[in-house]
Design a protein around this ligand. Structure first.
Ligand code: GLU
Length: 381
């Protein structure tokens, strides 16, 4: 169901957001040219800095490395691959972000991901922990796909477009808004580059086949994604519980306005419960391994008080599992009442079982956090 409204009505009930993933596409960053457009980047960084100033967590997902690499190597006599272009361009891209953020006293932190990093459970936890630690520090993570190693031929390695990457990152760090900034301004009734009468759709309640048919466009010359990948990304992020906006990155103060709940572009509103749906997404398809048995106090803390599972409450661990695996949690009566992603593998878990968390580092010689299973990585059955 769609509403073709613009202005205040289309934006009714927009919520204010505290953690935002802002995705900048190649066509936006190059302003349609064949090289990075410093003026555009300066303005986008200024807006990110303004949000940080207001206490909003912002993660940037940026494209532009391939375009930047292509420009840098222009005239080179060698035939180059996408991977090579990305390697050359990524450092140039980060150099620019680094300088622009530094001008606002902010630290930019490059994070390069592939599909495999996120599908692998340890990689998933590590990526999540790193991004959350960067946010805690007040840094601005600047994420791109690791194109240098993500080969086209290997399907399960490559995400392929930064729209989908931005949705994966949104779910990874529980953002409540994914803002996909483009040069086209949102989802229209037709492709606005070809049909000037195309109208902006300001609110999409559900991504139906009818909505998907509107996105039947070709990829643009410099970027990879078109509206099709943006809709795929919107689907993934709203299923994870975040709202998604696709809007024109050149609109003044766009990010600040969006975060304040003002309407712009096309809003895809999530109807899913944020935390629970994220957990479903996270745990979907992961095979459970091993077994953790907890005492009555821990079972009560988990089921009635929304707490994490600490080693102190664990009576027994069995089976084989690694850090990052999904492990079922049992009470002492043998009821499986929860499932969670463990921070410690079987060997470590056995050694810290029944202990206070402040002894973990001393006993193991390393520490991955005070919880055996963090609340965010736990689902009650
Ligand atoms: N990762 C690519 C780059 O930085 C962009 C992919 C995309 O535009 O979706 O050039």
């Amino acid at each position: 169901m769609t509403e073709k409204k613009t202005g205040a009505d289309g934006g009714a009930n927009r919520r204010a957001y505290g953690r935002v993933v802002a995705k900048f596409g190649t066509n936006l960053l190059t302003a349609g040219t064949d090289q990075l457009d410093i003026e555009t980047m300066t303005e986008l960084v200024r807006q990110v800095a303004a949000l940080r100033e207001r206490g909003v967590d912002v993660i940037v997902v940026t494209s532009g490395s391939i375009a930047a690499g292509r420009h840098r190597l222009a005239g080179s006599k060698y035939e180059t691959s996408r991977q090579v272009l990305a390697s050359v361009g990524q450092s140039h891209l980060m150099h620019i972000y680094d300088g622009l953020f530094a001008a606002h006293d902010l630290v930019a932190a490059q994070t390069l991901l592939t599909r495999r990093d996120l599908a692998d459970r340890v990689g998933y936890l590590n990526a999540r922990n790193t991004l959350l630690a960067l946010l805690d520090l007040g840094a601005v993570p600047v994420v791109n796909e690791n194109d240098a190693v993500a080969l086209d031929e290997i399907e399960d390695v490559r995400i392929g477009d930064n729209d989908n990457l931005s949705a994966l990152v949104t779910n990874l760090i529980d953002a409540d808004l994914l803002a996909i900034l483009t040069d086209t301004g949102g989802l229209h009734t037709a492709d606005p580059r070809r049909e000037p009468d195309a109208e902006l759709i300001s609110l999409v309640e559900a991504i139906t086949p009818e909505v998907e048919a509107l996105a039947d466009d070709a990829s643009t010359p410099h970027g990879v994604g078109g509206m099709i990948t943006k809709l795929q990304a919107a689907k993934l992020a709203i299923a994870g519980g975040a709202d998604v906006v696709i809007a024109g990155g050149h609109e003044g103060n766009l990010l600040e306005r969006l975060v304040g709940g003002e309407p712009a572009g096309t809003l895809f509103r999530s109807s899913a419960d944020r935390v629970e749906s994220r957990k479903r997404w996270m745990l979907a398809g992961l095979a459970a391994r091993g077994k953790i048995v907890v005492d009555a106090g821990a079972a009560e803390a988990l089921t009635a008080r929304g707490k994490s599972l600490l080693p102190a409450g664990v009576r027994e661990v069995s089976g084989s599992f690694d850090r990052g695996d999904t492990v079922p949690i049992y009470d002492q009566d043998g009821h499986r009442f929860a499932i969670g992603i463990t921070n410690y593998g079987r060997g470590d878990a056995e050694r810290i079982c029944g202990m206070r968390s402040d002894r973990i580092a001393e006993v193991l010689g390393h520490e991955y956090g005070e919880e055996l299973v963090h609340r965010n990585n736990l689902v009650l059955l």
